[in-house]
Design a binder for this molecule. Structure first.
Ligand SMILES: OC[C@H]1O[C@H](O[C@H]2O[C@H](CO)[C@@H](O)[C@H](O)[C@H]2O)[C@H](O)[C@@H](O)[C@@H]1O
Length: 651
């Protein structure tokens, strides 16, 4: 059995089976589905699968976040489902039907740039290395660079530009290719179109300065300027879409037997003409306008405010999966200002989220199970891929995400207000410093230190208050088969504060015969590891709220509830033993997590006969997970729902 066989099989069932999948693909960390009926997906069950880090529905796509191993998972899933033929394009196109114009624009941009990222990162590292050897005066008391002192480095510097130029200056080739690939038209035509935008026959875009002699194609009656579009983003996007739609048009109207002659010719030639005569100049102007606005915004006296907003919202943008659209702006900034002030904030945001996870590693150092998630998530984040951290840790607990956002917001403000600029997009984590222009490396380093320290300290402080003993110590401290595993939905927040007031507003949530907790069979409850409390052998299936407060946890199977009273008392009611295995059958749940409750509100109506018929004991522990001390006042007594004075609670 392959690593993901079990989970992939369950996922197929929980998304509603093969018939409910209109299309499926994956990206760097997520399975992306377009479902026929989204309501058929059982999100709670999907999120409970061990390999699922979270789910997200965005713009017509149902995303299941798996992490860095998603391609292996995807292969297993498609093998089991027998749907190998479903392509990425099919997913995207199917999802489009559910999107607004803006969503479509954003996801199109993100989709265009995603396949280019490996090359951009490689180029970023190369440019960063070139800066280190060619721009930093490391030798002769800070007066000479390595390139100036050693021929080897001079040669290396020159050689590396061969690759750097191919990636960044000839970017229109990559963009036009990516668009034809995405739109399912002939990719080589996209490549050729891209080449016509950066051909050496044209005046290089970087040589187009006021007063420059611009060569022309002279058609007698009119002339066209021979300008190259090196590093330009929007002209390439517009030209490629023209090519795509021309090809689609000609393919539709051309008989098959001449399509090979007509379609490429009639698509490419007009596309190249339109590119150089109309959309090139227009796209250049639009691109410059956008880059100027972003640049002016970020370098204005209010730049730090824009930066703070970007820094705060970048990680949530990653959660939506639309973040790659920022690459378009980065690349435009690079072509116009020879660097980007946007991308350093991307790297800082990723670092900040990684640092929040670092704090979780520290807080949960005794929790073996949490370590298995936290450590790889943190490493991945520090190397530029944040989904394992976002979905596996920070979103799950909530507060690390917020602490990371605060750290990222401050780091972005430091970065922008000190003018930090990267030569290019690079590895969006700690190695990102290599892509920063040498003169800004120190300030980026300071911003990076902040992005490491602030989320770490904040998460540690908040985590000490927020995390339960179970979160901190892991399985051994309190988890049994009957114990709900903590997920986003079913998280029990147990504060570690020590109060000493006596609470007397507790009324029995159930009817039955009371028992001391240590008398029941389940070891985890009986040992008191989950907290003190008592148990009841149920005689009636109605379960009510014992106090006014909130439902913190409502287990998807309806058999366990975490409640918090208005005065902060927290309890877990676990109905029956091993009842998680009933999968919700016999439990008519009346509340949901997050719901406010009044004492006496019905939480669930349990079909006791059914539970008994399945061989499950009706022993129901009621445990105080906030550390309260409990004395059972009515031992072995027949109590009724709503009775008070059953226990004495001391905090
Ligand atoms: O969705 C995967 C990741 O996408 C972004 O990072 C990637 O692109 C960055 C350029 O925009 C690049 O710097 C980084 O090295 C790449 O991993 C995003 O910043 C990540 O948070 C996300 O996990």
């Amino acid at each position: 059995m392959a690593k993901f066989t079990k989970d992939a099989t369950s996922l197929l069932e929980y998304v509603g089976g093969k018939d409910n999948i209109r299309a499926v693909t994956h990206c760097v960390t997520r399975m992306r589905f377009v479902l026929v009926d989204e309501k058929k997906a059982d999100i709670k069950k999907i999120e409970a699968l061990p390999s699922t880090k979270g789910t997200f529905t965005q713009a017509g796509q149902f995303q299941v976040i798996i992490g860095n191993e998603v391609s292996e998972y995807y292969n297993e899933f498609t093998k089991i489902a027998g749907i190998d033929g479903v392509s990425k394009d099919a997913v995207k196109n199917a999802a489009k039907s559910n999107q607004t114009f803006i969503q479509r624009l954003m996801s199109n941009l993100a989709e265009i740039f995603t396949p280019l990222i490996p090359a951009l990162i490689c180029g970023g590292l190369i440019l960063g290395f070139r800066s280190v050897i060619g721009d930093i005066k490391l030798l002769d008391n800070g007066t000479k660079t390595l390139v100036e002192n050693y021929q080897f480095f001079a040669g290396l510097y020159s050689f590396l530009w061969l690759i750097g130029e191919a990636i960044f200056h000839f970017l229109p080739v990559g963009i036009a290719w990516s668009i034809t690939r995405k739109m399912g038209t002939t990719q080589i035509l996209g490549i050729v179109l891209g080449l016509t935008l950066v051909s050496p026959q044209l005046l290089n875009a970087f040589a187009v300065v006021p007063g420059a002699q611009i060569p022309v194609w002279d058609f007698g009656i009119f002339q066209v300027e021979m300008i190259g579009y090196q590093s330009q983003v929007i002209p390439a996007i517009l030209a490629a879409f023209i090519l795509v739609y021309l090809e689609k048009f000609w393919r539709r109207v051309t008989p098959d037997y001449i399509s090979m002659i007509v379609v490429p010719l009639m698509s490419l030639v007009p596309a190249v003409i339109l590119a150089h005569v109309i959309v090139g100049p227009i796209g250049w102007a639009i691109g410059s306008f956008i880059a100027n606005i972003v640049y002016a915004g970020l370098t204005s006296s209010f730049g730090w405010i824009f930066a703070g907003i970007f820094g705060f919202f970048y990680a949530p943008l990653v959660i939506t999966g639309l973040h790659h659209m920022t690459n378009a702006i980065d690349l435009q900034l690079m072509s116009q200002f020879n660097g980007t002030i946007l991308w350093p904030m991307v790297a800082l945001s990723n670092i900040a989220q990684g640092s929040a996870v670092l704090a979780m590693i520290f807080l949960q150092r005794k929790n073996e199970r949490a370590k298995q998630v936290n450590v790889p998530a943190c490493i991945s984040c520090y190397l530029g891929v944040t989904e394992p951290a976002l979905f596996g840790v920070n979103l799950k607990y909530g507060f690390p995400l917020v602490c990371g956002l605060v750290g990222s917001c401050i780091a972005a403000m430091i970065s922008v207000s000190s003018g930090v600029m990267a030569s290019s997009i690079g590895v969006g984590g700690i190695p990102g410093i290599l892509s920063i222009k040498p003169q800004y490396m120190f300030m980026f380093f300071i911003a990076m230190l902040e992005a490491i320290c602030v989320p770490f300290i904040l998460t540690t402080i908040v985590g000490k208050k927020k995390l339960s003993l179970e979160d901190i110590k892991g399985e051994n401290s309190s988890i049994s088969d009957n114990t709900p595993v903590q997920t986003t939905e079913n998280k029990i927040e147990t504060t570690l504060t020590d109060k000493s007031d006596i609470v007397s507003t507790f009324k029995s949530p159930v009817s039955g015969i009371t028992k001391n907790l240590n008398e029941i069979e389940d070891k985890a409850f009986a040992s008191g590891a989950m907290g003190e409390g008592f148990a009841v052998e149920l005689t009636d299936g109605k379960v009510i709220a014992p106090f006014d407060g909130e439902v913190m946890v409502c287990f998807p199977t309806g058999h366990a509830y975490g409640l918090k009273s208005t005065d902060g008392t927290e309890i877990l009611i676990h109905i029956g033993m091993d009842t998680v295995q009933l999968d919700g059958k016999g439990f008519d749940v009346k509340v949901e997590a997050g719901q406010k409750i009044k004492q006496g509100d019905v939480l669930v109506q349990v079909d006791l006969d059914y539970v008994k018929s399945q061989g499950k004991p009706l022993t129901t522990p009621i445990v105080f997970t906030d550390g309260s001390h409990i004395e059972l006042l009515k031992k072995n007594s027949n109590i009724s729902i709503g009775d008070d004075d059953i226990i004495k609670i001391t905090k």
